[in-house]
Design a protein around this ligand. Structure first.
Ligand code: UD1
Length: 363
């Protein structure tokens, strides 16, 4: 028997745990627990995702909520310790690069509980991003590093991680995307917004580097408003971004943009699937657009997901009005000339969850 304790906390974790839980359920002799730290807690950021993804109720919710990085990380560690003492799993499985990932990996490794990191090895080499710190530390702590792409293996080797701890499994978020794509298409979310068969742009922005500085956010909103002059622009807005727009008094800048509250997973996939292009700073959307074959413009100076550029549809662009609009023009011209050729990286095939369970349950 193998017992696995999966820890999730924030929105991007939920799509990653679903296929692993499913693969674990299908395997005799695997016992699983699900702990939610409560880093994300709004219905739109958490409950809706549990519903869309068919996730079970967590066995434990630590209800930590929002705070500064130090306070949030410390709270997760304090609340998680007694849970780990009680459940004593063979493996703790952590996902991605959020504060819940590093906080719980640190608790487990000091207690001698083996840690498996799903989505190991990604590097932006930009330590101003909190996620990069979380990735570096979690990978140092983990006993098994489950990588989504070959660049992850190379990054870990270059950091001196022993080869025996690195297991290439492919991209588990793609399992979820491929299994729910048809359901999302059937929802017809574009039609609900009057967009069926029409060109439109879908966008999300929530990185502190883009939304916490008034001047940068102003550039981005200005570009989106200009673009909305030529095609509908749907902006699914993170609570952090909505708060900053209010604080900086920038509501007037995005008059022509359709601002939506955070969307469910299925509505997001439904809209992204039919979009002409996506503008974002999300990690997950860089990958999802690659699989769906939709051009993606990522307003960041770097990405921890380079295969989305070399093999997919992604391109890095500046967070600045003229640069964003120039990149949009190039994408539209490329699409019109038929020179747009999406690809699919190795291991992004819908079977990563099974490979993760095989790696942990003794194959
Ligand atoms: C976190 C992750 C980020 C991920 C993002 C996806 C870290 C360091 N960052 O960033 O990698 O891309 O989730 O969404 O872990 N808030 C709500 N309701 C919620 C959750 C948050 O209103 O359910 C608001 C709060 O004002 C909070 C702010 O959003 O202070 C930021 O939330 P937080 O979890 O700290 O970081 P994210 O920006 O969501």
């Amino acid at each position: 028997m193998t017992s696995l304790l999966h820890v999730v906390g924030a929105r991007p974790n939920f799509m990653k745990v679903a296929p692993v839980l499913r693969a674990g359920r299908a395997r005799p002799g695997v016992v699983q627990y699900l702990v939610h730290t409560g880093q994300h807690y709004d219905a739109a950021m958490s409950d809706r995702f549990f519903q869309d993804l068919g996730l079970p109720e967590p066995d434990v919710n630590l209800n930590v909520g929002s705070a500064s990085h130090a306070v949030q990380t410390a709270k997760i560690m304090m609340e998680f310790e007694p849970v780990l003492d009680r459940l004593q799993p063979d493996w703790m499985v952590v996902y991605g690069d959020v504060n819940s990932t590093v906080a719980t990996a640190l608790v487990a490794s000091k207690k001698g509980i083996k840690v498996a990191h799903v989505e190991a090895g990604l590097r932006s080499r930009d330590r101003s991003m909190p996620e990069e710190i979380n990735r570096l530390l979690t990978d140092q702590l983990a006993d098994v590093l489950l990588t989504p792409s070959r660049d992850g293996d190379a990054n870990l080797r270059a950091e001196g991680i022993p080869e025996a701890r690195i297991v290439f499994v492919g991209n588990v978020m793609v399992d979820t995307l491929l299994s729910l794509r048809a359901t999302a298409q059937a929802l017809g979310t574009p039609a609900k917004h009057g967009l069926a068969g029409k060109p439109y742009a879908f966008c999300t922005f929530h990185r502190p580097s883009n939304v916490d500085h008034a001047a940068t956010l102003q550039e981005i909103l200005g570009a989106l408003d200009d673009l909305a002059g030529r095609m509908p622009v749907i902006f699914a807005i993170h609570p952090r971004t909505r708060a900053r727009i209010g604080e900086f008094g920038l509501q007037h800048l995005a008059q022509r943009v359709t601002l939506l509250d955070p969307l469910s997973y299925l509505d997001t996939v439904s809209l992204v699937d039919q979009a002409t292009l996506v503008l974002t700073d999300s990690g997950g959307l860089q990958e999802e657009t690659t699989v769906l074959g939709v051009p993606c413009l990522t307003a960041r100076p770097n990405t921890e997901r380079p295969v989305t550029i070399t093999e997919g549809t992604n391109r890095l662009i500046p967070s600045e009005r003229a640069g964003i609009l120039a990149a949009v023009e190039q994408v539209l011209a490329q699409r019109a000339s038929g020179h747009f050729k999406p690809g699919r990286p190795e291991g992004w095939d819908g079977r990563a969850g099974e490979r993760i369970i095989a790696a942990l349950a003794g194959d």
